[in-house]
Design a protein around this ligand. Structure first.
Ligand SMILES: Nc1ncnc2c1ncn2[C@@H]1O[C@H](COP(=O)(O)OP(=O)(O)OP(=O)(O)O)[C@@H](O)[C@H]1O
Ligand SMILES: [Mg+2]
Length: 364
């Protein structure tokens, strides 16, 4: 961590007059001058001729100059060249697709200079690039995985259809299986496209004021056949007239996902409750079920793309529903909360801002 000043700006050490280097040079020069004096006294005592008396100090001071040059060279190398070299190597690794690199700073966090700050920023940049890359590869492998099963089903049944001695009844059954798998594939692709559009803000939500109660009732009716089939008890408690400002076609996806999950994850004979309440500012819709519920760990991931916690149902759907729900509610200024207990059931509560009286709908 870098140190920060009161305004939140990073404190970076400017390279001022380097006192330690000055002390080293002064010490060396004083010592060398002392030795020089000693040499002069010695040469006089030995009564050497004047050529030698000139030559010896010249050689001596040349040696001192060479020593100081090497010392300065090493200092520059340690301070700038070595870290820059490490940075160059790390950059090459990143360019080659390795995002695990980490370059250590030259100084400790209380003495950072501009080079250290550049190294810290580089490390942060690589870390972020790495996480984007992981997300991308995860996404591609998830999509491929989800597509593989229906494609394999279509292929197998198509091969069966091509065989001789297939009865009319079997033909119908195989064709039905192919139709179902193709339906799943098309639902997967349309969900991916929707999510992609929502995430890249390429959808302009068509915000309008509309009656949420009517929409909820319509959505619930669509699932009539499904709960009859599962013999689920249904309790609906909706107030009359609750006008909200949102995009109705996107909100329909939210209700459909929540209701279909409640039905899917509840055993036959269970109960699903849809309740709509509100304050003067907000409208709340909760979808509760007495189904399988989720562990805390699952609840933390249910809004992630492709996450499917309950493996017994993972053949149905692709784990994109709640990712879509969360994204849509973000765009509608809404919120979603989940309360769930494994084996007991779950409640999803959506909170949306209510249309203020006398306020015109925005957008549209
Ligand atoms: N009402 C619920 N009861 C228990 N678990 C649930 C409930 N709703 C969601 N989950 C869990 O959250 C996971 C993610 O839900 P999500 O709606 O995103 O995907 P899905 O329903 O499996 O597939 P899709 O929505 O793409 O058809 C589910 O697989 C399930 O494990
Ligand atoms: Mg779902």
């Amino acid at each position: 961590m870098t140190r920060k000043d009161k305004t939140g700006k990073r404190i970076i050490k400017d390279s001022l007059f380097p006192v330690s280097l000055f002390a080293i040079y002064l010490g060396v020069i004083l010592l060398m001058s002392g030795i020089h004096q000693g040499l002069v006294v010695l040469m006089n005592a030995l009564a050497l001729n004047s050529v030698i008396q000139t030559l010896i100090p010249t050689i001596y001071w040349s040696a001192v100059a060479v020593g100081l040059t090497f010392f300065t060279r090493k200092k520059i190398k340690d301070t700038y060249e070595a870290p820059l070299h490490r940075l160059a190597e790390a950059t090459e690794q990143v360019a080659g697709g390795d995002f695990s690199v980490y370059v250590p700073t030259v100084h400790t966090s209380d003495k950072l200079d501009y080079l250290d700050v550049m190294i810290l920023d580089f490390n942060k940049m690589v870390e972020e690039l790495g996480s984007v890359e992981t997300l991308k590869t995860d996404f591609v492998s998830n999509v491929s995985h989800e597509m593989k099963t229906p494609i394999a089903i279509i292929k197998n049944y198509a091969e069966l259809l091509q065989m001789k001695n297939v009865s009319e009844e079997e033909k119908l059954e195989y064709a039905e299986n192919i139709r179902e798998a193709a339906g799943k594939l098309s639902a997967l692709i349309s969900n991916i496209l929707k999510l992609n559009k929502l995430e890249n803000q390429r959808i302009d939500p068509e915000i309008e004021s509309y009656d949420l109660c009517g929409q909820l009732e319509e959505c619930i009716l669509q699932y009539e056949e499904l709960w009859d089939e599962k013999e689920l008890e249904l309790e609906v408690d909706i107030e009359e007239g609750a006008v909200i400002q949102a995009d109705p076609s996107l909100m329909e996806l939210v209700w459909n996902n929540l209701i279909s999950n409640a039905i899917k994850f509840t055993e036959p004979g269970g109960k699903v409750t849809i309740r709509q309440t509100g304050t003067s500012d907000h409208v709340e819709v909760s979808v509760s079920d007495t189904g399988c519920g989720m562990s805390r760990e699952s609840v933390r991931h249910i809004f992630d793309k492709f996450y499917q916690g309950d493996t017994s149902h993972s053949k149905e759907g692709n784990g994109l529903g709640l990712a879509l729900v969360r994204r849509i509610l973000d765009l509608m200024n809404g919120e979603i909360q989940v309360i769930s207990e494994k084996g007991k059931g779950s409640t999803f509560t959506v909170k949306l801002p209510r249309q203020k009286e006398g306020k015109e709908a925005i957008g549209g």
